[in-house]
Ligand binder design. Structure first.
Ligand code: 5AD
Ligand code: SF4
Length: 353
């Protein structure tokens, strides 16, 4: 569905009964196009090493308190094995950004090894930051078929208020990377944080129009959560309250579900940080993908993008059982053993797979 920017702004400003009506409409739209199914991506937080210095993230290179680790190949394979055993269907390999050849070759090798280990059964999403076209192609040919790279904000001015203004954090490069991923044929996902300092409702409306104009296959949007060891912490009292950021996130998801009914939309784990039921709330507002954590416990506490991350201690199988119950409680079902590709993407690429 197409909305004008003003219509989107009006929906973002909805409160009370209007807010509830918007969420109900989005849920009805999702059920009509995608049914009540939820897809899983087992999350592997491969490495906390990052060359970037984003002003909001606990893993920024300037944060000397962050503990840096990189999983061994065997640990990654153990995670993939667990994903197969838990019948997740897909995994997402995420890490801080590096672009040295040792790293980019390693990712290609891990993708090939995961494919081999699962007999080609596990779908693979990568989320390893900005890379050259050559590297994106190398990883695609190795077997990754989905890629997540959030734009963080589609407003260039705001982008530079939340990133250092230098060559390593260029807005144009970020845009180019998203275009390159789409061109190569990845199911490409992008997204933003919601409730950032300096962010306006107009910015958020533009973000939604940006996703639609790019025709992306997947979107992940989650509330911004201030981290004490980052520069944006100083604005923690200038942003909307936890509850408001969560409710705004739900409206963003709901509106986008109306605009792009067949895309995959993830319920970000940051929702769970702001409210114990946050993950389910986002699914009820229109999200259809969950990313249960598969990383080994000792590493989880060191992959701290934002504070109060949930599921630090739980084992992967406990998370899986918990999710199953949470989804049943809201009349949704998890689809096991399936890649769970974006329906929007499959329609646009009928020869895929
Ligand atoms: N709060 C919420 N989300 C964050 N991210 C990074 N830092 C924060 C934060 N403080 C998100 C970014 C990034 C993704 C991996 O995590 O959107 O793309
Ligand atoms: Fe690195 Fe990603 Fe954090 Fe930016 S958001 S500092 S690229 S891990």
């Amino acid at each position: 569905m197409n909305f004008t920017k003003q219509e989107i702004i009006d929906m973002l400003n909805a409160r009370g009964a209007d807010h509830e009506a918007l969420l109900e409409r989005a849920l009805a739209t999702k059920l009509e196009y995608l049914d009540h199914f939820v897809h899983l991506r087992g999350l592997i937080e491969y490495s906390s090493v990052c060359r970037k210095n984003c002003l909001y993230c606990g893993l920024r290179s300037g944060n000397s308190k962050a503990i840096r680790y990189t999983m061994t190949d065997e640990e990654v394979m153990d995670c993939a094995r667990q994903a197969v055993e838990l019948r997740y269907g897909s995994i997402a390999l995420q890490c801080g950004e590096r672009n040295d050849k040792a790293f980019t070759d390693k990712i290609a090798q891990l993708v090939r090894d995961i494919k081999k280990l699962s007999d080609g059964k596990l779908g693979i999403t990568l989320s390893c930051g900005e890379q050259s076209e050559e590297v994106y192609r190398q990883w695609f040919e190795a077997g990754a078929h989905r890629y997540l790279l959030r734009i963080e904000s589609s407003n260039e001015e705001l982008y530079y208020k939340i990133h250092p203004h230098d060559d390593t954090h260029a807005f144009a490069t970020r845009l180019n990377c998203i275009d390159t991923l789409l061109k190569i044929g990845y199911q490409t996902g992008t997204g933003t944080m919601i409730g950032l300092p300096f962010q306006t409702v107009s910015d958020m409306a533009d973000d939604l129009l940006f996703f639609q104009s790019k025709g992306v296959a997947m979107v992940g949007m989650g509330p911004f959560i201030p981290h004490p060891d980052t520069p944006l912490w100083q604005y923690r009292n200038d942003i909307p309250s936890d509850e408001e950021r969560l409710q705004m996130t739900l409206r963003m998801i709901a509106i986008l579900r109306l605009m792009m009914p067949e895309i995959n939309m993830v319920s970000a784990s940051a929702n769970q940080t702001l409210n114990p039921l946050g993950r389910s709330m986002a699914v009820k507002a229109g999200a259809n993908v969950l990313m249960p954590n598969l990383s080994p416990s000792p590493y989880r506490k060191d992959y701290i993008i934002y504070p109060d991350k949930q599921c630090i201690e739980e084992t992967a199988s406990f998370c899986a059982a918990h999710l199953e119950l949470q989804m049943r409680a809201i009349k949704h079902s998890i689809l096991y053993d399936e890649w769970g590709d974006s329906k929007a993407f499959l329609k646009a690429h009928p020869t895929f797979r």
